[in-house]
Design a protein around this ligand. Sequence first.
Ligand code: SER
Length: 339
Amino acid sequence: MRKPVILITGANGEIGQGLIKAIAKRGDSNIVALDLDSLDSKVKPMVRDAVTANILDTNILERINAKYEISAIYHLAAILSTRAEFSPHIAHDVNVGGTLNLLKIAVEQASSQGKAVKFFFPSSIAVYGMGGREEKENSGAVTEDQYCRPETMYGCNKLYCEHLGRYYSKYYQRLSAVSSGGMIDFRAIRFPGLISSDTVPSGGTSDYGPEMIHAVAQGEPYACFVRPDTTMPFMTMPDAISAMESLMKADAQSLTRTVYHISSFSVSAQDFADKISNLYNKSEIFFKVSDKRQAIVDSWPAELNDVAARKDWGWKPGFDFDTAFDNYLVPEINKRYGE
Ligand code: SER
């Protein structure tokens, strides 16, 4: 008998580590963790099997597929927006080719188990393209179906993979004698910028938010790479993890979409700087704008209308801007850096 497990790719990333901790808290350790880097020693004891490999390595994927009965896949591995612009073809290979590899495994698992396999895909605010500052400032809160014309390779990859997920869920092999639609239960959330107390992101364009607080908490100066007025939605990592779990648990009948976006608070870079300066006396935050990275954030909405997620599966953030700092980031980050 194969052992039933949850497969998490990108397991050593920010979301991956947060998700493993949340699953472990429930007393479940039936996790196969896959990442290019070896799994952080703090989370390694929380999983059954930690595999260090590339998601493009189909031999390794086949071995995992043969060894385990996979009930759900959280496919988190990706090259983020800033890094993807430096290596667009590699990003496409990893972000799209990697997703196809995992969808193929999900289909094979579903057909051998005779039931649908749940597939979680973290999409991104990067799927939107606002066409510049003026449109961004005048658009109001954007819904999921507006402005889906990404301006980055990462955003294009995420939007296309959302479509692939919908295709595999509903239409896969639609012309074959026995159609395989319905084998994958694909669910996706377009995340805004995420802020974790435990980890610092790498290779993203919303990184200025989390970088600022982690730098100041360690007594380091921080040069913010976007203008002070730059506004986009953010949320805490615990809220992101609980959203993933709520969406994955939701009754399929109540879901009107395969892809939802969610948001907690929309704030400017100056709001971050003011908040952090109030909390840490010796903060040294200045602005040194990178025009190119600025243009990427200018293409992302300032605000999201997340009414669909609230209505369909009860999304509600646990933290607003103030409580995110007071009740989560500051206490946890101070513990981490020994303040
Ligand atoms: N945080 C991501 C990035 O900046 C967006 O999904 O690339």
